[in-house]
Write a protein that binds this ligand. Structure first.
Ligand code: MF3
Ligand code: CO
Ligand code: CO
Length: 286
């Protein structure tokens, strides 16, 4: 373990999970709920670390938001993310993560997620693009993504972007302490379907903070009351991927990363990292 990792994990002993939380967990276990491992419940100093990483991540997305325009390449977005992150003394989590080649994901139109920035890929007026950034600071992670509409976009695309943002908000509203992760997916899917959209099932949100991807998997289409209990101190992402057409997806056979809609329809996604608190939740990537 590096020195940084040692501090990151040592809080487990010095900051135990509060007794009243453990008692409530025990009650919920008796009701048949699936409990998180105690290492998924973040301690105060860990939460501070995740909060700092998330703040930098927000500044990174703000910088992209200021500069994004028709005619620029997705490589230029990667450059902005890399430079703003580095100048904050932080690190881009995607870079070389499981062999991923770039510092951010840029997914355009029918690309669902994990679009890879490239010099040959220009943004055109009318495109919708998701920019997904994850920042590591002092070993802690913050993960968020936003949609951008390039110039004048069609009414259909604008609606997809705005309704997907609504799906994120509805998912976050369902992420209440002592609910389960299934409650998030149930709420998101109900709304998406009511708008005639479909929900991607193969990918989803995740625990985050100490590692890039931790338990639980956060499905955006699920049955209410199922899955892992949401306990105060847990940090998860909510990041619905919503398709205008059918839910099916395919993976790029050449780069092994980029996910597209199977039917070629457009897809949108928004993401926040949130902390489950005793009274609700807190968005750390605002
Ligand atoms: N940021 C993505 C997420 O929300 C993960 C991207 S993995 C990468 O979980 F390697 F493609 F960057
Ligand atoms: Co992300
Ligand atoms: Co994520």
């Amino acid at each position: 373990m590096t020195k940084e990792e040692e501090t990151k994990y040592s809080y487990f002993e010095s900051e135990p999970v509060p007794e009243h939380i453990l008692e409530k967990m025990e009650q919920m276990r008796k009701k048949g709920k699936h409990l998180p491992d105690l290492n998924l419940i973040k301690r105060p100093s860990q939460i501070e670390g995740i909060r700092e990483a998330s703040k930098i991540n927000t500044a990174v997305l703000d910088a992209v938001s200021e500069k994004i325009h028709a005619g620029m390449t997705t490589q230029e977005i990667d450059d902005i993310v890399r430079e703003v992150t580095a100048s904050a003394g932080a690190v881009c989590a995607p870079y070389h993560f499981e062999g991923y080649p770039k510092s951010v994901c840029t997914s355009i139109n029918n690309e669902v997620c994990h679009g890879i920035p490239a010099r040959h890929r220009k943004l055109h007026e009318g495109d919708i693009i998701n920019v997904d950034a994850t920042t590591i600071f002092h070993g802690y992670y913050g993960d968020a993504s936003r949609m951008f509409m390039i110039g004048k976009v069609s009414e259909r695309r604008r609606k997809l972007v705005e309704e997907t943002r609504r799906c994120l908000e509805i998912g976050i509203a369902a992420a209440q302490p002592w609910n389960t992760v299934g409650d998030i997916g149930a709420a998101v899917a109900k709304y998406a379907h009511s708008r005639g959209y479909s929900v991607v099932r193969e990918l989803g949100g995740h625990g985050v903070g100490i590692e890039f991807h931790e338990d639980p998997f956060v499905a955006h289409e699920a049955k209410a009351g199922t899955g892992m209990l949401l306990v105060p101190g847990m940090v998860i992402t909510v990041e619905p991927m919503i398709n205008e057409g059918r839910a099916g997806v395919v993976i790029d056979p050449y780069n092994g990363w980029t996910i597209y809609t199977k039917d070629g329809s457009d897809s949108a996604q928004w993401e926040h990292t949130i902390l489950i608190t005793e009274t609700g939740n807190e968005i750390l990537t605002y």
